[in-house]
Design a binder for this molecule. Structure first.
Ligand SMILES: Cc1cc2nc3c(=O)[nH]c(=O)nc-3n(C[C@H](O)[C@H](O)[C@H](O)COP(=O)(O)OP(=O)(O)OC[C@H]3O[C@@H](n4cnc5c(N)ncnc54)[C@H](O)[C@@H]3O)c2cc1C
Length: 547
């Protein structure tokens, strides 16, 4: 009997683990369900439950793997040699964007506002991001562009296209489309963090239109119907709306030079482009383009947090599923005390990330309240730094739970691992996020101190929170240079305090106890499973992924 026959005649005899079966990504995620209710989107649960079932189908997971295996390709010219700058995608790409549009992730939080609109969108994002992460990029940028464009006098002409729930993949002028997508172009060869170095130039053409020359070194979703780009004009750096097609039916000369060969995020296209007198419309305040695009980035950074929490969740679920089926030394991995420690520690991290991401989305819904606005300003860059960093470690550790099978591209773990770092890099890399936390704290020092102090005061019986808050307050009082050097510690501790506060108030006691003891009370933490979470492993693992 050969190996294949053996496996078929005695299921499980080869100790290989079956794929995850169909499951409901909403109902199986207690942290998500509780967070949605807590943060004000309880009225959207029926919809989320339906989508949870749809997105949790095993055939969709297989399609996601395909879409990432066969990434996009540039077709710069047509067969007659005419420049067309088209990117071809795997057919499944359209499927994932259609799902994302139907979910409303490309803008419903703005175009269909209501109680919990950002939280409901966040929940959609947390589910979709577990299945196919590449398609998040175009819908994130489209959504983040809407509040900026909504201030323009001509917004009504594009609003119906942005509000549409029907994805339209056609590459043609907006007048012939049912929906549209928007990207953003800031990063140039000489630097993406310091946008003041941007060299692209804009010459006025009249009527608010400009002619742009220059390049962008990273320009994701190049097939979008428009991009918001940064360029210099007579007023300094301004923000411009650059359509792919012009009203007269010609292609705007935005030349795609090549597609980036990326570590992960392979289903999605990211290009290098050159503007050859491309026409664009100035938006926002003249000369304040960096501020305009930084506002856009405040929305995309929330999505980086959500996307990272989604990757963690999927990696964790895959890890627990594997450990429940794979045997070593006569026992299932899940029954091995050391593996339980590792998985329980990972479950803590994932739950804390989900709770934090939904809390942050709730603050976007409640932006009219000054305290929520202040929290959002301080916490968004901190969460973008810490949660995105943790996703890299979580996906790596979950990959190891799968052993060698985790490292090969046949299964889902390698892709999750390769996907994780991008959230930490784009939309402002880790250090830049930490510096932004310090900037926010300097802008509103009293509010920052009150926020930190309040997190400790809310839990008077928790000395570890008090100690962390005092450490943080002392660091926030330092001089600028010294404070910068401690930027990462400050951002991390702020996030840990908020996560501890959320879990102490809302999670089962065993879980919050384990989180506080292992994250704030114990030294170490250089690898998952090092810190003591022993007593809580049963409860943590059952809650994390039902058997
Ligand atoms: C897949 C992918 C897609 C992308 N898509 C887009 C896109 O669509 N549009 C777009 O505009 N950009 C895009 N980017 C670019 C991305 O936003 C930038 O790469 C990122 O902002 C960092 O800029 P940089 O690469 O120029 O690095 P640099 O600015 O050179 O920074 C390098 C490192 O130095 C650190 N650093 C910078 N300043 C400081 C400081 N003062 N103190 C300490 N450390 C510092 C940064 O944190 C970073 O780690 C994309 C990137 C990737 C990887």
């Amino acid at each position: 009997m050969d190996r294949e026959d053996m496996a078929q005649s005695a299921p499980g005899a080869d100790n290989q683990v079956p794929d995850l079966p169909d499951c409901n990504l909403y109902l199986t995620d207690e942290a998500l369900v509780e967070g949605v209710r807590r943060e004000g989107a309880g009225g959207r649960e029926a919809e989320l439950e339906t989508w949870g079932a749809r997105l949790g189908r095993a055939d969709l997971a297989r399609l996601a793997a395909e879409v990432n295996r066969q990434g996009p390709a540039l077709r710069a010219y047509d067969r007659r040699g005419v420049r067309i700058d088209v990117v071809d995608f795997h057919p499944g790409w359209t499927e994932f964007l259609s799902l994302a549009f139907a979910q409303g992730m490309h803008g419903a939080a703005w175009t269909e506002p209501g109680p919990g609109a950002h939280v409901a969108r966040a929940a959609h994002y947390l589910m979709h991001g577990q299945v196919e992460a590449g398609s998040l990029c175009p819908v994130t940028m489209t959504s983040a562009a809407i509040p900026l464009l909504a201030r323009e006098s001509w917004f009504a002409t594009v609003r119906p296209l942005l509000a549409s729930r029907e994805y339209d993949a056609h590459d043609r002028p907006l007048a012939q489309k049912r929906a549209m997508m928007i990207g953003m172009g800031m990063t140039e060869r000489q630097g993406g963090s310091d946008l003041r170095a941007n060299l692209s130039r804009a010459e006025p053409q009249g009527g608010g239109w400009f002619r742009l020359t220059g390049h962008k070194w990273f320009f994701s979703s190049p097939m979008s119907d428009a991009h918001l780009v940064l360029a210099r004009d007579g007023d300094g750096h301004s923000c411009f709306y650059m359509p792919r097609w012009l009203d007269d039916g010609r292609r705007n000369p935005v030349r795609i030079l090549r597609l980036k060969d990326k570590l992960g995020n392979r289903s999605n296209a990211s290009a290098e482009v050159e503007f050859e007198d491309a026409l664009a419309r100035r938006i926002g305040e003249p000369g304040r383009g960096i501020a305009t695009l930084v506002e856009m980035a405040s929305y995309t950074r929330l999505d980086c947090v959500l996307g990272s929490a989604a990757l963690m969740r999927q990696a964790l679920v895959q890890g627990i599923h594997h450990a429940r089926h794979r045997r070593a030394f006569g026992r299932l991995l899940i029954d091995q005390p050391l593996m339980r420690q590792v998985l329980a520690d990972l479950a803590l991290e994932s739950e804390a990330a989900t709770a934090l991401a939904l809390r942050l989305a709730g603050a976007f819904d409640r932006a009219d309240q000054p305290a929520e606005q202040a929290l959002r300003r301080l916490l968004t860059p901190a969460a973008k730094f810490w949660v995105c960093k943790r996703a890299i470690d979580v996906t790596a550790e979950c990959m190891e739970v799968w052993g060698g099978n985790g490292y090969v591209e046949d299964g889902p773990m390698a892709r999750l691992y390769r996907e994780a770092p991008v959230n930490s890099i784009w939309e402002g890399s880790g250090n830049v996020m930490c510096l932004d936390v310090l900037r926010a704290a300097r802008q509103e020092p009293q509010l920052a101190a009150q926020t930190v102090d309040g997190l400790a005061r809310a839990h008077a019986g928790e000395p570890a929170l008090r100690a962390a808050a005092d450490r943080l307050l002392a660091a926030l009082a330092l001089g600028a240079e010294e404070q910068q050097a401690m930027g990462r510690m400050i951002a991390r501790d702020l996030v840990l305090l908020v996560q501890a506060d959320l879990l102490l108030r809302h999670a089962p006691e065993a879980l919050s106890r384990a989180f506080v003891d292992s994250r704030l009370g114990a030294p170490g933490g250089d690898a998952f499973g090092v810190r003591p979470v022993a007593l809580a492993t049963d409860a943590l693992l059952r809650r994390a992924w039902p058997e």
